[in-house]
Design a protein around this ligand. Sequence first.
Ligand SMILES: [Zn+2]
Length: 337
Amino acid sequence: MSDSRPPLAPWIATQLKSLLAQRGHAWLLAGPSGLGQFELALALVSAWLCEHPSAQGGCGQCSSCHAIEVHTHADLFVLMPELTQLDLGWTVIDKAPDETQVSSDGDGKKRKPSKEIKVEAMREAVEFAQRTNARGRGKAVLVFPAERMNVYTANALLKTLEEPPGDVKFVLATEAAHQLLPTIRSRCLGHNMVWPDQNDARQWLQQNGMSAAQATVALRAAGDRPQDALAFAPIADMWRTLPHAVKRGDVSVFKDWTPALTVDALHKICHDALALKAGAQPRFFEPVDIPQSGSWRGLTDWAKSLALTMRTVEHPFSQGLMHEALVRQAQMAFNSS
Ligand SMILES: [Zn+2]
């Protein structure tokens, strides 16, 4: 964890200012992934709890802002699945391991981090909402990604949302608002995440350590979602070479990639190959990067097969074998006639 948290992206700062200018004890920030829901949610609770807030947000200097930065604020309850906590570098505190989650492989392996927001954690959050605040600036509950609440968890939250104890505010951030209970949605003020201007996004990626060329490639690879584009930094230099490499059957380009990342890249290559064939613009690559080959049938079969693979990709039988099979499939599609 570093103290050099980058400044808020300009499109997040604008949205923060607009949210702070409105009254609301429960916000639902919604939009596709990669637009900065979590960053906006965190900036919002920081402003609520800050000792010297301005119309622009928290001051970033006071002890409250600092406590949020190091994840120890007594008046902030962050509800996230364990897997998201790991992804975001948020601490996983596992007080009472849930026996039902322990993997049954019998050789003492640790259980997998949960992808859901557990009902026990929600009960703790509800209890937290009833308590007196510690720092005199009220309390906040942040839920992300809110669609990871199951029906029990959501119902536990619902009562508190309906009759919130005086000093607690909520911000729910979601990448799939349609998966939330309508009763949850109707009790929050909705905010749709704004897509950033491409130039702003590229500039911001450069501030985060990418070259101008890498920023352009990464933004495109991430479908114009800047927060997602950050993850493409390490592969930005070779991204454009991928489609022709898989056409050659070169598995080595995916060395050290996770299966999920590989399938995502292949999905994008396949999407763009089909787009180009239909006379449309590719979305994730430059037109020149995509091999102009393969039959309709071959490419659409490939797309269907990738869609199936995406559902099981988190449990590959063997990463190496999986990569080989995936690349062979891509190669066949591009060489189909
Ligand atoms: Zn502050």
